[in-house]
Structure formats: structure tokens, C-alpha cells
Design a binder for this molecule. Structure first.
Ligand code: FCB
Length: 412
């Protein structure tokens, strides 16, 4: 399998490695979860109104500390870093773009490049500028044009500094949490609003894609698609099977099919299996004694292989843009990481063109409504001192990245 357009070598010729040379092993973060001081966006208002268990506050001070964090990522042996831009900093008022902020993010991408780290830049990762959320957020009149203009300005600033661009992170999670469950901004619980938001987010991506494509032909554009591995709780139940099929179509496939002509690669965010019991319902665990993460999610590496197989229909290179675990016990994190990398390798051995894997997350960070309790990081952050401490799982992951080998040294 040869992916020349993405500059990767074939892996069949490299028997000593589990992953080909040039495979992008990295880690991910997002602006609001790590930067600190993001007080001009809808999430800050949501936190102040009591919508999250903690205030994001200073987060990881990544806005200032990014040079040391990128150097740390590089020192582990990783060769890519997925981070996001904060729209509310770049466009604090409608139509006023802050050159200083655009340069800040360009500098981040260049700091990656200078260290041999491929930047993977997300333009929108859940947060909206307050001025837009006050007008109705995603559903505000003219929001598509606003988003496309922001993406155009961002892409212009990133020209020559970043190649992989993700327009929107997890549009269907935004719809589910913000418009169905109502536990994230804007806190709606309305199916009609959810459908309208999903359709609007399709237009956002298409408009951004067209805007960027016209001016930056070398950029590789996609979204980060959250994929849930829906399985019937009882395989013998026709109702459970029908429910799993419907939820799979609506959540996993519908959006990707709607934007299928506007993508150069597919970004996949995968975490777990969900066990479906009806057309609309499901449970996170098949049984009470099933092992789970600190988020209460099932641990299901086979689901990642199934997701990668499911994405075959789009005939595009795939980047795992998020996969990770909230764990108190770093041994559990390492086991999750190894098992999921093996699941990626299994898919690649079937010929599925996976070009990279970004662990979520580089740093312990602000996990949205759950606050700071869940710890996803390869790097622990001391919340009082901001001290960074690499966990053993981070060291081991770096070794895999450096060698391209998943097996323990001396193992098979
Ligand atoms: C994903 C989000 C990311 C993070 C992880 C745990 O849905 O994209 O920001 O919160 O879940």
C-alpha cells in the first residue's frame, strides 16, 4: 500500500516494524482545555453558570508554555502534535481579526516544524466566541459565512506552517451534548434544533473546505469524526440490532456521507463501544463487572478496528485524531494504549490506510463538564504548581514511536 500524496512509505517492505516509517505518532489537545484564560467564549459563560464541575481558569497555561510542551512531546519521541485554534481569541468581535493571535498560532505550528513535529491544526474544537453564541451560536443567522471567514483567515496565517487542517472537531458530539442532552452549551434539548444544528455544521465544513481549498491547494483538509462502536446489547434481540444499526447510521455515517466530497483525509476520534437497547437508548457497559475507564466508558479495542473498517467506504487515508483513556492508574493507561495501537495495526494489516495516531491527550486537562478530575494525559499536570511529569505510559509510547515497534524489546 503506497500513500505517496501523504509522503508515506509502504509498510509491506518493512517487516521489522509494526508501523511504517513516517507514521504520525502524536498526541492531541484543544485550546480551551489547555490554554487558560479563555474568558471570551461560550464555554466560559457555561462554566460560570455552573455547567461544569470546575472552572477552566488557568488550565495548563499552554498558551504561554507551548514551547516547553512541544519540546517535551518531541523529547518523548513523538513526531506530531494536534492542537486547536481559539476562535474567540482570533476574532474577539465580529469581523475584527487579531493579527497577534493569528501569529501566535502560526508560531505554534512553526515551533512544531522546527523540532520535526508535524502540526495537525483544528480550527474549531467546541468553543464559540461569545458574540456568536449570544446571537444563537451554530444556529445564528449567517453563522456559516462567519465560520468560513474565520477559517479563511486562519488558513492564510498557517500557510507554509501547517499541512493537516481539521475544520471541525466532533460535530455530532456537539449536536448530541449541546442540542439533545443539553449538558453542554447552548444547553438545548430539542430534536428539531439538533437536526438543524447538524445540517448547519455540514454547511460550515463545506464552506470552510471551499474557502481554504481555493487558496491553499497543498493543505490536507478533514474533520475529526467521533465514532461510537454501537453494538446490540443482546445480539439475539431484533430490536437491539435495529437500534444499533439506526444509531450507527445517524451518529457515525450520516455526517461523513454529507461531506464526502469535501475531505482529503478522515480524522477518527474513537473511545469505546456502546451497547444499544432500542432505537434511541443504550448503555455504556454490557455488564456491571465490565472494566471501565474513569469516565465510565467501556474498553473495547476491537471497536477501533471495526471503526477503521467502517471508514473504508470513504476510500481516503485515515488519521486517528483522538483515542485515549481517563485513568488514575497509569498501568491501565498503558494497557489501553498498547491494545488500541494493536487494533490500529490489525486494521493496517488488512490494507486500511491509517497514516497516524494521536493519543488523547498530551496533558491532563479541563475535561469539559467533568472538570479536572479525569486524567487523560501522557503528562501529569500538578494543578498547584503547573509542573509537568511524564508518566511511564508516555515514555513507553515514545519508544514505540521511535522504533515503529509495538512489541516489548525482545518480545514477539
Ligand atoms: C472528545 C473531545 C476531547 C476530549 C475527549 C475526552 O470527545 O474531542 O476534547 O474531551 O473527548
Amino acid at each position: 500500500m503506497c500513500l505517496n500524496t501523504l509522503g508515506q512509505k509502504g509498510w509491506s517492505a518493512l517487516p521489522a516494524r509494526d508501523f511504517p516509517e513516517g507514521f504520525l505518532f502524536g498526541a492531541a489537545t484543544s485550546s480551551h482545555q489547555v490554554e487558560g484564560g479563555n474568558d471570551n467564549c461560550d464555554w466560559w459563560d457555561w462554566e460560570l453558570a455552573g455547567g461544569a464541575k470546575d472552572l477552566s481558569g488557568t488550565a495548563c497555561e499552554h498558551y504561554e508554555r507551548y514551547p516547553e510542551d512541544i519540546a517535551l512531546l518531541r523529547s518523548l519521541g513523538l513526531n506530531s502534535y494536534r492542537f486547536s485554534l481559539e476562535w474567540s481569541r482570533i476574532e474577539p468581535e465580529p469581523g475584527r481579526f487579531e493579527t497577534r493571535e493569528l501569529e501566535h498560532y502560526r508560531d505554534m505550528a512553526l515551533a512544531c516544524r522546527a523540532q520535526g513535529v508535524e502540526p495537525i491544526v483544528t480550527l474549531h474544537h467546541f468553543t464559540l466566541p461569545r458574540w456568536l453564541s449570544e446571537k444563537g451560536g451554530v444556529l445564528a443567522p449567517g453563522s456559516t459565512e462567519r465560520f468560513a471567514a474565520f477559517c479563511g483567515a486562519a488558513a492564510d496565517a498557517l500557510e507554509g506552517a501547517a499541512r493537516y487542517i481539521i475544520t471541525i472537531n466532533e460535530p455530532m458530539i456537539l449536536v448530541l451534548m449541546g442540542y439533545v442532552d443539553g449538558v453542554w452549551p447552548p444547553g438545548r434539548k430539542s430534536y428539531p434544533a439538533a437536526v438543524a444544528a447538524a445540517q448547519r455544521l455540514v454547511r460550515w465544513h463545506r464552506a470552510a473546505y471551499d474557502r481554504i481549498r481555493a487558496r491553499h491547494p497543498d493543505m490536507l483538509l478533514g474533520i475529526a469524526k467521533h465514532w461510537i462502536d454501537f453494538q446490540p446489547l443482546d445480539k439475539g434481540s431484533a430490536a437491539h440490532r435495529r437500534g444499533a444499526a439506526l444509531q450507527h447510521y445517524l451518529f457515525n455515517r450520516w455526517y461523513l456521507r454529507a461531506i464526502r466530497r469535501s475531505q482529503d483525509f478522515i480524522g477518527l476520534n474513537y473511545y469505546s463501544t456502546r451497547y444499544v437497547t432500542s432505537l434511541t437508548q443504550g448503555v455504556p457497559l454490557a455488564s456491571e463487572d465490565e472494566p471501565r475507564t474513569e469516565m465510565g466508558w467501556s474498553i473495547s479495542p476491537q471497536g477501533l478496528t471495526r471503526a477503521l473498517r467502517g471508514l473504508r467506504e470513504f476510500r481516503l487515508p485515515i488519521m486517528v485524531t483522538e483515542n485515549g483513556i481517563a485513568a488514575k492508574d497509569d498501568g491501565q493507561r498503558l494497557a489501553y494504549l498498547l491494545d488500541h495501537l494493536a487494533a490500529v495495526r490489525a486494521a493496517m494489516r488488512e490494507g486500511i490506510p491509517v497514516v497516524g495516531y494521536q493519543y488523547w491527550s498530551l496533558l491532563d486537562n479541563f475535561e469539559w463538564a467533568e472538570g479536572y478530575r479525569p486524567q487523560f494525559g501522557l503528562v501529569h499536570i500538578d494543578r498547584d504548581t503547573q509542573a509537568r511529569t511524564v508518566r511511564p505510559s508516555g515514555e513507553r509510547y515514545g519508544e514505540i514511536a521511535r522504533t515503529g515497534r509495538l512489541a516489548e524489546p525482545g518480545g514477539s
